[in-house]
Design a protein. Structure first.
Lengths: 120, 140, 359
């Protein structure tokens, strides 16, 4: 039911890989950020109209800057604004930049603090 | 192009009885499966293990083993039925009637105390007198 | 050259089921641009996986949204069953499919009512919701709740439906189909409704693909894509075809949803005829570890679930990407060029479920 193809990618080749996927007929499904005590990575998912799915995994650290793919896929600006507001990843060159006001929360970058860090 | 296609429905509803019920006069009837509120049906069997309290997603139940207290906060309970299903002694139950609205939060807790067991010199069965403290008014 | 003014739309508006804010940049009566602003219902539910173990988390995920709540719970259970390598009994799969299709019927009837309210046709709105009450009564009888069911678990379902009740549901479903005919005819054939929906908000085939639209928004423009063809739950055994319309305007999207109501009623009848006997749940041991991705079809489109576990009883990440999040660029594309009076119809035509969007 799922193709669990996950290819690793670096920040420099991200935009070129996205252009290749666009030429092959893939659409962008989502961009997800995961932060665990040991690692932090972004997952980009692309899907064709016949429902085959491929993923790209980009390993990063908190506070890094990555290029935006919203020139290639316009819908990406929503996901990139969300990961900027919740996780603190800087994205340069978004098509529509909300500059931190996409989600206004009382604590800035709430998902950046994980439960293992907080002393309860 | 058709005009006023809704006329057929309007004519039908003009001559049939209304779809809504006159609520305060005619009360609603619930089904056997309806999840209304959680009650402690058999406090005598409860072993105060605390599994229901640890598993509650809303942290609404408090269990005290030393003073044999079982307490539920009715305003936090989401009636998901998880406590009823994991109780190892099957002493929890789901009632059909909903918790009545309350004016302030002073009566939100429902507390039940376990039976007080007294040692009897002749060795016959212990005397049960479960005490039940109800601080909420239930609507019949 | 008209003067530009900015008119705020939302967050409280009678047609919107959930709060959404749009700043409309207007020149006289025509909309020239729109800036969306969401975040009114953001509760940070994805972060609760760190505090609630994987068995209790299903009750949190069900409460992400009130309209599409059952399918969120079913998808969570399905994702974790895939991660732990568990295959649930067939009767549980059929029961979940019956509840999911009933959920789709109730969601589309709710949407049809709100659409009628968007162009001012209140009595049609009330008739759609009157029919929907019968579906909610079925839910209360079989699961215990009208809106939030709490009936899925990892390994199956908590409650069974016996065969007498299933036969009664078959009769009720047939009645719903007949009663709904007179009401849905108004959406499809009436002259004044067509004046408000034909030719408004046109999205072409290529634009729908480029903007990333999903669900009836995509199928109304001629693209054939339906996640139920992947064959999860009991859909592999049922026959159905994705419903597609060619025009790409609001009328086409309304017709897609109306036809989907009848298709779901037919799928429920097929499920009740084919349901096997047996038990409905199984014991699942151990803790989840690894990653898993699953995609399902909600009433509003395609959802994407990603779960990651590390062997303890708390999951590390659970990501939900809901269909309205993917349809927002389409909304921003169809607004420029529309009249102010058409804005509620356009905002509703993508079926916004904002509390799903910002969990």
């Amino acid at each position: 039911m799922t193709e669990r193809i996950i290819n690793p990618v670096t920040a420099e080749e991200l935009v070129d890989r996205a252009k290749q996927y666009l030429q092959n007929g893939h659409r962008l499904i989502q961009i997800c950020c995961t932060k665990t005590p040991s690692e932090m990575y972004l997952l980009y998912s692309f899907e064709k109209l016949d429902l085959t799915l491929e993923n790209l995994r980009l390993d990063i650290q908190s506070g890094d800057t990555i290029p935006s793919i919203s020139d290639v896929y316009f819908a990406a600006f929503l996901y990139e604004n969300e990961i900027h507001d919740l996780y603190g990843i800087n994205v340069s060159g978004m098509a529509v930049d909300f500059q931190g006001t996409f989600y206004e929360t009382a604590v800035k970058q709430p998902f950046n603090i994980i439960a293992a860090d907080m002393k309860e | 192009m058709a005009f006023n296609v809704i006329n057929k429905t309007i004519m039908k509803s003009l001559f049939s009885k209304p779809a809504t019920a006159m609520y305060p006069v005619i009360k609603n009837e619930f089904y056997p499966n309806t999840r209304g509120s959680i009650e402690m049906a058999k406090i005598e069997n409860c072993s105060f293990c605390g599994i229901c309290s640890k598993r509650c997603p809303a942290t609404a139940i408090e269990v005290g083993k030393s003073d044999k207290k079982w307490e539920i906060d009715r305003t936090r309970c989401i009636v998901c039925n998880f406590c009823v299903q994991v109780c190892p002694k099957n002493c929890l139950n789901t009632q059909r009637s909903y918790t009545a609205p309350m004016r302030d939060k002073s009566s939100k807790l429902f507390t039940v105390y376990g039976p007080v067991v007294q040692e009897v010199a002749s060795g016959t069965a212990a005397q049960d007198n479960p005490t039940q403290v109800e601080t909420v008014e239930e609507d019949a | 050259m008209g003067e530009r003014t900015i008119i705020p739309f939302g967050p409280q508006h009678p047609v919107l089921p959930e709060p959404l804010h749009l700043d409309l940049i207007m020149e006289d009566e025509k909309v020239v641009g729109a800036v969306p602003s969401i975040g009114f219902v953001h509760r940070g539910l994805e972060k609760l996986v760190e505090k609630r173990d994987f068995n209790e988390m299903i009750y949190v995920i069900e409460r992400i949204c009130g309209i599409c709540s059952f399918i969120h719970g079913q998808s969570y259970a399905q994702t974790l069953e895939g991660m732990m390598g568990v295959d649930i009994p067939p009767r549980a799969k059929y029961l979940r499919t019956i509840w999911a299709e009933l959920s789709r019927v109730h969601s589309h009837l709710l949407w049809l009512g709100l659409m009628a309210d968007a162009y001012g046709f209140e009595s049609l709105f009330m008739h759609c919701w009157r029919i929907r009450e019968k579906v909610l009564d079925i839910f209360e009888e079989t699961t215990g709740g009208r809106v939030i069911f709490s009936v899925c678990k990892i390994g199956g379902v908590w409650k069974d439906i016996d065969n007498d009740t299933l036969n009664r549901i078959k009769v009720i479903v047939k009645d719903i189909g007949e009663e709904a005919k007179a009401v849905t005819d108004v959406f499809v054939r009436d002259y004044s409704v067509q004046k408000r929906t034909r030719g408004i908000g046109v999205v072409t085939y290529q634009e729908a693909i480029d903007l990333g639209a999903v669900g009836p928004t995509l199928r109304g423009s001629g693209v054939v894509q339906d996640m139920r063809t992947l064959g999860y739950a009991a859909y592999g055994d049922l026959n159905f075809e994705p419903i597609v319309e060619k025009d790409g305007d609001c009328y086409a999207r309304t017709v897609v949803r109306v036809r989907e109501v009848y298709q779901s009623l037919d799928l429920i009848r097929q499920c009740i005829e084919k349901i096997p006997d047996g038990e409905v749940d199984m014991k699942v041991k151990g803790n989840p570890s690894g990653e898993y991705i699953s995609r399902m079809e909600q009433p509003r489109g395609q959802t994407f679930y990603y779960a990651k576990g590390n062997g303890t009883k708390y999951l590390e990440r659970f990501r939900v990407r809901t269909p309205t999040f993917a349809n927002i660029p389409t909304l921003l594309k169809i607004l420029p060029g529309a009249d102010l009076a058409d804005v509620p119809v356009l905002a509703l035509t993508i079926d916004p479920c904002i509390s799903c969007t910002e969990r």
